[in-house]
Design a protein around this ligand. Structure first.
Ligand SMILES: C[S@@+](CC[C@H](N)C(=O)[O-])C[C@H]1O[C@@H](n2cnc3c(N)ncnc32)[C@H](O)[C@@H]1O
Length: 168
């Protein structure tokens, strides 16, 4: 099942449009439908898209964007100017259907996949490289590690607030 772009995708996309410059190297982690990767490519970036879900990898490869199947950075080599991630950020909820969990559920607190990502991303950022993420007010336990977080934008949706962060 491919995540259908939603409010979180569109909020993140507004910032992707601001941070992508022609020629920069961009990694779109958890590319899903490819919305962020496609936006970055249209702005002239050199884009690599990644997803754990092979269905997404097949779909985004058809958009003429190089796409690799990987659990976070497991199969990724190299360093990037910008890494984008709209992660699964919600805490576990027994009512969530199994097939959408991979896109929505980040672990017990909601931040487990994001925290793993942040730990690994350090090795894949160029000097002055940046990360853009979106999370929810429902996401608990984010470990900022040694990064600097700057909130760029937020949006209220029913029962939660979505926030886009620049991480350096
Ligand atoms: C909320 S969706 C975001 C999709 C798209 N980037 C967007 O903005 O609409 C999260 C995506 O992360 C992928 N994902 C989940 N766990 C992952 C992991 N460990 N490594 C890589 N991708 C993962 C899911 O398959 C899903 O496509």
């Amino acid at each position: 099942m491919i995540y259908e772009p939603a409010e979180d995708s569109f909020l993140l996309q507004t910032q992707v449009k601001k941070f992508v410059k022609p020629g920069i190297k961009v990694l779109d982690m958890g590319t899903g439908s490819g919305i962020q990767a496609k936006t970055a490519k249209e702005l002239g970036a050199e884009v690599l898209a990644v997803d754990i879900n092979t269905e997404c990898v097949e779909k985004v490869n058809t958009l003429n964007i190089k796409t690799i199947q990987s659990n976070l950075f497991q199969n990724i080599k190299g360093k990037f100017d910008l890494i984008i991630f709209n992660p699964p950020y919600l805490p576990e909820d027994k009512r969530e259907p199994e097939d959408s969990k991979i896109s929505t559920t980040g672990g017990k607190q909601g931040s487990e996949i994001l925290n793993k990502f942040l730990g690994q991303a350090k090795n894949h950022l160029k000097t002055n490289g940046k990360i853009l993420i979106v999370v929810s007010s429902l996401t608990k336990g984010i470990n900022k590690q040694n990064y600097k977080f700057t909130k760029l934008k937020e949006q209220k949706i029913p029962d939660e607030i979505l926030s886009v962060y620049l991480i350096e």
